[in-house]
Ligand binder design. Structure first.
Ligand code: MRU
Length: 345
């Protein structure tokens, strides 16, 4: 199951909002179509969004009909549209910056098709880098997974949230492939149920034992000693280690600490944002009230009730046992160790 696939002149997007009941694809031929797919969460998960905007950028260049001179201002508009889709996952801005830099380096290339080719290759590298980083995250993360472990995860940080393999689920996959006895508790992840709809689907397909729980059951499970380890993904990690991830992650981290359960974040370095000093500076997306008042089209609350729907929360670094990246595992003090990690080749 691939979240996105580049087919030459089209970005094929698996519509995750319909999973697991329907398998529907959007063939995006325009950057606007990619932007809409991100806004509607047809493609979601920080690294997958990053790769999708890179190809959205390419589509913007392919759509352009003007002369060489006008390309820069057209691409600025493309970039601005893609940048406004979702605010929290920094991978989106990281990928757009890579594409922008690449375009800038093309200033002396006259032929528009040659410029387009350079951009296609850069988007391909972004996707390839993500694949590679996820495999390495899996290998490093495997070191902290015991031979027999009940692992709790939240939301979906799997193949569907990345270009391939996954971050938190990448660690779980590698441990399983290494022959460890792994069982996963998947939080359903209200309101959009990425855990129930996507994580369980991925794990079942890979024949990794999984049990689905409602979000409010995690504390009870930990109290009973049923969770050995928590591993989650991330949307943005600040310079001090504070980590934004799907709403509900913070509660899990506090619970994990209260019960002496190790709490790990798995993410590529493209999710680390050293420009943000601490979690309070991370923009948190608020999503439509409808996602809470309804559950997939079925009303579950009075229509007129007030709703608050933040899509992410921030887990303070003090609750995080370690951050698993493609370059290795980082522990506290994060301000020092994340900086060291980022400058390391
Ligand atoms: O709103 P979503 O589904 O895009 O949120 C996804 C998450 O919070 C993931 O945990 C995160 O993006 C990491 S994905 C490898």
């Amino acid at each position: 199951m691939k979240a996105i696939e580049w087919l030459g002149k089209v970005l094929r997007i698996l519509d995750q909002s319909k999973l697991p009941t329907e398998i529907v694809y959007r063939d995006a031929l325009s950057y606007e179509s990619v932007a809409e797919a991100i806004e509607n969460m047809e493609v979601r998960g920080a690294p997958a969004i990053g790769a999708a905007v890179a190809y959205g950028f390419v589509l913007g260049a392919l759509e352009y009909q003007g002369d060489r001179e006008g390309l820069t201002s057209h691409m600025e508009a493309v970039q601005a549209r893609l940048a406004e889709t979702r605010p929290t996952a920094v991978n989106l801005f990281w990928a757009l910056r890579r594409m922008e830099d690449r375009l800038r380096e093309c200033w002396d290339i006259e032929d528009l098709d040659d410029v387009r080719q350079v951009l296609i290759e850069e988007a391909g590298r972004i996707a390839e880098d993500d694949r590679r980083m996820n495999r390495l995250i899996g290998e490093h993360g495997n070191d902290i997974v015991p031979e027999k472990a009940n692992v709790l995860t939240h939301c979906n940080a799997g193949a569907l949230a990345t270009v391939e393999y996954g971050t938190a689920l990448g660690v779980i996959r590698t441990a399983h492939e290494a022959g460890k006895n792994i069982h996963v508790y998947a939080d359903e992840t209200r309101p959009l149920l990425q855990g129930a709809r996507l994580t369980t689907l991925e794990l079942l397909r890979d024949k990794i034992p999984v049990t689905l729980i409602a979000d409010n059951m995690a504390g009870y499970l930990m109290q009973q000693g049923k969770v050995d380890l928590v591993i989650v993904g991330a949307d943005r990690i600040a310079a001090n280690g504070d980590t934004a991830n799907k709403i509900g992650t913070y509660s899990l981290a506090v619970l994990a600490q209260a019960h002496g359960v190790p709490f790990y974040v798995a993410a590529p370095t493209s999710t680390i944002d050293l420009k943000v000093a601490g979690g309070q500076e991370i923009p948190i997306e608020e999503r439509p009230a409808k996602e809470i008042r309804e559950c997939f089209g079925v009303s579950v609350a009075p229509e007129e009730v007030n709703v608050y729907n933040p899509a992410f929360d921030v887990t303070p670094a003090k609750y995080i046992t370690g951050i698993i990246t493609e370059k290795g595992i980082v522990a506290a003090p994060y301000s020092v160790n994340l900086l060291k990690l980022m400058v390391r080749a």
